[in-house]
Design a protein around this ligand. Structure first.
Ligand SMILES: NC(=O)c1ccc[n+]([C@@H]2O[C@H](COP(=O)([O-])OP(=O)(O)OC[C@H]3O[C@@H](n4cnc5c(N)ncnc54)[C@H](OP(=O)(O)O)[C@@H]3O)[C@@H](O)[C@H]2O)c1
Length: 261
């Protein structure tokens, strides 16, 4: 089995780590000593402050630092990677070309756009790889991330759209949940009750749709009994502006992703 490493042990790294069943060989590099101690204690993994040690020992390393820290990490680990090591970057906006320029020719590059839901083992990870990266490295990354949710292998040209939809998506859905809860409060519900109702409805709807595989429009039609309450509500929600706002939201996020790349 490959030895898995991490550069950075923050929130997203923890999400991936928590989905790894056999963590005995996992080796993480984390700059923040308090965070390093916390992760080592919680998961029983080795955590060091030495990025090079992880690069030297591991076959597959997840790059999980913030975008502004990537160049410093690359400079520190230059030349340290073991031959054939794969580097799976989850860093938003860092293209394979930029990663190649930063980390050199030695590593086998895989790029991942995850989302925060992987912390609940319900993530969505899009994966792409450099042409020179062997399929086995992509499969290894997909296997690990597959334990934290769904994975899909795509072309890199789709990554701005992916970033806008599934990468940023959790915030948009949470915003919708907040709007539903606030609507409930406006109708007289207590805030905690409204939050429960909104959250469980969102969760249950997503779960049902996912598990049943039902198409969305027949599902909506099924809830919207003619002359009923949902139909009365949908008259407002289904106005053309709503889909336009959502489309513009995604377009703005995709533009920003392209700017950052
Ligand atoms: N959060 C999301 O929803 C999401 C979605 C998709 C992709 N991503 C990507 O995931 C990456 C990680 O995000 P995150 O939310 O997990 O960030 P995070 O919680 O801030 O974790 C990054 C960790 O890396 C550490 N670090 C920084 N420089 C280091 C170095 N030279 N050596 C070792 N450790 C170092 C940081 O320590 P310090 O805090 O001390 O600097 C921090 O603990 C980002 O690049 C982001 O673009 C995030």
């Amino acid at each position: 089995m490959e030895k898995i490493g991490f550069f950075g042990a923050g929130r997203m790294a923890e999400g991936i780590l928590s989905a790894i069943e056999d963590r005995k060989g996992v080796f993480m590099a984390e700059k923040n000593p308090a965070r390093a101690e916390e992760i080592a204690k919680r998961y029983g993994v080795r955590v060091t402050g030495d990025l090079k040690a992880v690069a030297r020992e591991c076959d597959l390393v997840f790059l999980a630092v913030r975008p502004q820290d990537v160049d410093a990490v690359a400079a520190e680990v230059a030349g340290a990677f073991a031959a054939g090591c794969a580097l799976a970057s989850i860093v938003a906006g860092k293209t394979l070309a930029k990663l190649r320029a930063a980390f050199g020719r030695r590593v086998r590059l895989v790029r991942v756009m995850p989302n925060l839901a992987l912390r609940a083992k319900a993530g969505m990870c899009a994966i792409c790889a450099a042409p020179s990266t062997p399929r086995a490295a992509v499969d290894a990354v997909a296997r690990i991330l597959g334990r934290a949710g769904e994975t899909v292998v795509l072309k890199e040209r789709d990554f701005d759209a992916v970033t806008a939809l599934s990468g940023s998506g959790p915030a948009y859905f949470a915003y919708m949940e907040a709007a539903m809860a606030e609507g409930g409060v406006a109708l007289g519900l207590k805030p905690d009750v409204a939050r429960l109702l909104a959250g469980q409805t969102m969760y249950g709807t997503a779960k049902f749709l996912r598990e049943s595989g039902m198409e969305l429009q027949p599902f909506i039609d099924g809830v919207c009994t003619k002359g009923g309450t949902t139909a009365a509500g949908m008259k407002f929600l289904a106005a053309p502006q709503f889909k336009k706002i959502v489309a513009r939201t995604l377009a703005a996020a995709a533009r920003r992703s392209a700017e950052l790349a």
